[in-house]
Design a protein around this ligand. Structure first.
Ligand SMILES: [Zn+2]
Length: 383
């Protein structure tokens, strides 16, 4: 995760944090009129209701401030000015990379504390808004490709959740990926990596940089994992094609028109996510991030992933001048110790609820058929 490189001015006054409380509809929707249901069917229905009211078990998942003139990278060596993660604690100026609340981590699904998403939903407010003239800035900073943009007044995307202590505004997007199909993401799920991880960085609205750095939750970062799909992901295509324009080290463009595409395109439909308190995943590893990492993976084709792998590292930042540019690929930090931190798993039961609703509908239909047959029999015998 890269720290927000700049703060955007925001004309709106400091917000009174609105606590948005939504009553869960999960239980309500399980209630079914029982006046037409046979006792046996009702018993079955109640049993299913009990089962369905349990939080669904997930399927078994299958793994910066950039300081100019301070060299760091992702390799295992310390030579040639190319400092890998093992050496980040020694960087000039000091870092928090040896702290006790570092990121990324490996999520262990069975060990996570479960929360019902319906009772504490994430609100992506205005993430579906298009930026001004639909233009984005792409920067190859030598460690990743970072995207920023500007929105009309009042249209900048905001992130809210009842359990978050503030409103967060969108800052930037960037990616982490691997050189092969086995690795790429920073966060692991039950020991497995994804091929790519997208970070959408939000910072506390109307807070100073000092406050953002000092608070444990100064930044709210959304992590989205990707898996290989058989087809190009159309929602990713415009992003990917503009990557080709910043493949060279240190290059940037500020006129990438992503017509019709918004941040909302990148966010999974199922909102089940892991939550924990952590840090930037790059130097200086500031421990000021509340992390949200979705479990539902988005798709990316091998062709699209290949474009990411053509992006080259900034030679001046990561290597001495005599070394040729190398792919940025493998720009992920290894998982860090949990050190007793609690990890939460917010479970979005929408998909399971749908299955339950189908079961209930089937039972209701069967009951109606039985009732109909029984009525005909009784009616027939009375003649
Ligand atoms: Zn990142």
């Amino acid at each position: 995760m890269k720290e927000a490189c700049r703060k955007f001015s925001d004309a709106e006054p400091f917000p009174q944090v609105s606590k948005v409380c939504r009553t869960s509809t999960y239980t309500k929707s399980m209630k079914t009129p029982n006046s037409f249901i046979e006792p046996a069917a009702l018993q079955l229905l109640l049993s299913i209701s009990v089962v369905c009211n349990l939080e669904p078990v997930l399927g078994v998942p299958s793994q910066e401030i950039v300081r100019a003139n301070v060299p760091w990278g992702y390799g295992n060596n310390s030579g040639g000015g190319y400092l890998g993660p093992d050496y980040w604690t020694n960087l000039p100026g000091g870092t928090s990379c040896g702290g006790s609340r570092q990121s990324p981590i490996n999520f262990v699904t069975m060990s996570a504390t479960r929360r019902n998403y319906e009772k504490d939903r994430l609100f992506f407010d205005k993430h579906g808004k298009s930026p001004i003239d639909e233009k984005w800035t792409f920067v190859n900073n030598g460690h990743s490709v970072q995207l920023t943009t500007f929105y009309k007044a009042g249209e900048r995307p905001e992130l809210q959740q009842n359990s978050l202590n503030g409103i967060y505004v969108f800052d930037q997007v960037h990616f982490h990926w691997g050189s092969d199909d086995k690795f790429g993401s920073e966060h692991l799920v039950d020991g497995s990596a994804a091929v790519l991880e997208l970070h959408i960085v939000h910072s506390l609205r109307n807070a100073s940089n000092e406050e953002i750095n000092q608070r444990r939750d100064g930044l709210a970062v959304i992590g989205i994992l990707f898996e290989i799909g058989n087809f190009d992901n159309p929602k990713l295509e415009s992003f990917v094609r503009n990557l080709e324009r910043v493949a060279q080290p240190g290059s940037s463009i500020n006129n990438a028109v992503l017509a019709g595409h918004t941040l909302k395109d990148l966010i999974p439909s199922n909102k089940t996510f892991f939550r924990y308190m952590g840090s930037l995943t790059t130097p200086p590893c500031t421990e000021n991030v509340v992390w949200t990492v979705f479990t539902q993976k988005q798709k990316i084709s091998l062709d699209q992933l290949a474009v990411f792998r053509t992006v080259l590292a900034n030679n001046e930042l990561e290597h001495n001048a005599t070394v040729s540019p190398v792919p940025v690929s493998d720009n992920y930090r290894p998982p860090q110790p949990l050190n007793g931190r609690e990890v939460f798993l917010f479970v979005d039961g929408a998909s399971s609820l749908s299955i339950c609703q189908k079961l209930l509908a089937l039972i209701t239909l069967l009951d109606s058929v039985i009732n109909l047959l029984y009525s005909r029999k009784v009616f027939g015998s009375s003649i």
